[in-house]
Design a protein around this ligand. Sequence first.
Ligand code: C5P
Length: 233
Amino acid sequence: MSLENPVFCALDTTDLGRAETLARSLTGSVGGVKIGMEFFNAHGPAGYRAVAATDLPIFLDLKLHDIPNTVAGGIRAVLPLRPAIVNVHTAGGGAMMRAAADAAKEAGESRPLVIGVTMLTSLDASDLRDTGVSDSPSDHVRRLAGLAASSGLDGVVCSAHEIEVLRRDLDKDFKLIVPGIRPAGSDVGDQKRIMTPVEALTLGADLLVIGRPITSANDPRAAAEEIGRSLAA
Ligand code: C5P
């Protein structure tokens, strides 16, 4: 897939009508939209197709994590929807990631990118210790991203503050997808470690996931266009 416009808008809603309206109004001003498990669990493939009717590329953010055979089946089951991006938890291990990547290849030319979730940003060092991981969060993310790359994934989701080190560690074709992005002057909300779109792209992000700065704006399309202009400047 081409990432000409690197902004994917997170449609974090279970309201089908709102998701459709947002997707329609954002067509042409973002590179794609992200649909998560709340929306997909509520509305399923029919809801997905309603959003996809806009022709915007879709990042189907289901964060799969199970035994390899089950994750491969989960990926295969969504291939008819033709998502641009799907994802799995890197903590599922190398065999699981390879199974996910192989399953996606069954879609041939239209295969989705398979992206790994490294460490959830809701976790900190003490949460890692509670699960038996003694590495620092940064070392843990580097290890998981390296495993994702050697297991055939196309990239990982990472925080803006990990872009630099992962860009150094990993091949330039390996995609870094970055949430926690806030245009200068916008509301931070509950995000803690934020960066502007320009800063994140300059450091080497490939794709930016931006939700509320677009979806909560009075005019979401204008907000997305403003972000686009900041990137073109
Ligand atoms: O509204 P906001 O721009 O904060 O939305 C960011 C999106 O990225 C949300 O869908 C959120 O769940 C997701 N995300 C995140 N941090 C991660 C992984 C995903 O904010 N580490």
